[in-house]
Design a protein around this ligand. Structure first.
Ligand code: WQD
Length: 336
């Protein structure tokens, strides 16, 4: 049973990936500093899988503490590196904190991989590396435009660090996964998106529907899109989780074309904000209280994925659409 070290394992995508890895026969261990997460989510992971997952409550920017985890687990077959600060707006206000945290943690992980002979890493990247893409759908070779935020910039820089590291270290194998818009919750509603101050569309919708917000604002309906609101590629978090399992299996089976490969993880369909709201209203059988407001700074007009490489190389297929996202997100919200 191969052991996978999951950084950010108590986070939203990390916890759902723990479930999918365990369901597929992997042993897992987590590192999470709990700055944006709680270890309580591991109770949900145990309720779903029956497995108790150990979390090391340490900061990956602390090199000594990070080394100690690698020393305690000489049998790590691969790393999935989720841990990062990820709020776009916060990154604009605190750029140095974001560069320090997101880059130092990656550099410490890579140095430990060299020291302890860990060969495989999956890096959590984001469609925000594309900026305002010049072509749609974006493929993995669509050139980066200017990053819209320091957060997106840390993902662009993280990818370049990995590419240069893998060019030098031929025994290291890396997969870079560019997430589009993750949303939804595990079918059991035993785990879901954490209850921090939501800024992403889907949790804002469900909090509004649950009466936790008086209303929500659609940030702009005057864009050059089919209904004037922005287009995104919403991917169910369990489909995203399974892509990580498929990527680890791809690395462990040595099926790579090169030792640093990139894959888009979106479902390949664009959905507008107003269409997402309509999908929610149909699933919840209730009207959502929203107003149309001004555009939000930093928003790209439209982005969605060409995900053919992930299907062709990883054998990954998204099984869920926007209605599944809204149904599971709503069930999770009502249970919270
Ligand atoms: C989606 C659409 C908003 C809230 C960000 C990061 C990306 C990834 C996912 C980390 C936009 C609109 C939203 C609201 C709205 N994060 N919206 N009213 O900005 O596409 O992506 O989160 O990896 O890297 O950039 O996601 O959910 O914030 O916005 O109208 O109250 O919903 O304008 O068009 P985004 P989002």
């Amino acid at each position: 049973m191969s052991k996978i070290l999951v950084t950010g394992g108590c986070g939203y995508i990390g916890s759902h990936t723990l479930v999918d890895l365990i369901d597929n026969g992997f042993e897992v261990v987590s590192i999470d500093n709990l700055i944006n997460a709680s270890e309580n989510i591991l109770d949900g992971v145990k309720a779903i899988t029956g497995k108790t997952v150990q979390n090391y409550h340490i900061d990956l920017c602390d090199k000594a503490a990070t080394r100690a985890v690698f020393q305690a687990h000489p049998d790590i077959a691969g790393i999935i590196h989720f841990a990062a600060l990820k709020y776009v707006g916060e990154s604009v206000e605190q750029p140095l904190r974001y560069f320090r945290n997101n880059l130092d943690s990656l550099l410490n992980i890579l140095e430990c991989m060299l020291e302890f002979g860990v060969k495989n890493i999956i890096f959590s990247s984001s469609c925000s590396v594309y900026g305002n893409a010049t072509e749609l759908p974006v493929t993995e070779s669509t050139p980066f435009q200017n990053a819209e935020s320091p957060y997106a910039r840390t993902k662009q820089m993280g990818e370049h660090i990995l590419q240069d590291f893998c060019f030098q270290e031929k025994n290291t194998n890396a997969v870079i996964l560019r997430y589009f818009n993750p949303a939804g919750a595990h079918e059991s509603t035993l785990i879901g998106e954490a209850a921090t101050a939501a800024t992403n569309l889907v949790p804002v919708i469900t909090e509004t529907a649950a009466g936790k917000r008086a209303s929500m604002t659609v940030f702009g309906a005057d864009y050059p899109t089919r209904d004037g609101s922005c287009v995104r590629d919403y991917i169910h978090v369990m489909d995203l989780a399974n892509a990580h399992t498929k990527a680890i299996q791809y690395l462990l089976a040595n099926r790579q074309e090169s030792n640093c490969e990139t894959f888009n993880l979106g479902i390949g369909e664009g959905v507008t904000v107003l269409e997402a709201i309509k999908a929610f209203e149909e699933v919840a059988s209730q009207k959502l209280n929203y107003v149309i407001g001004p555009r939000r700074a930093g928003d790209v007009i439209a982005i969605y994925a060409n995900n053919n490489r992930a299907t062709a190389r990883l054998g990954w297929l998204a099984k869920r659409g926007i209605s599944d996202i809204m149904r599971t997100a709503w069930e999770w919200e009502q249970k919270r």
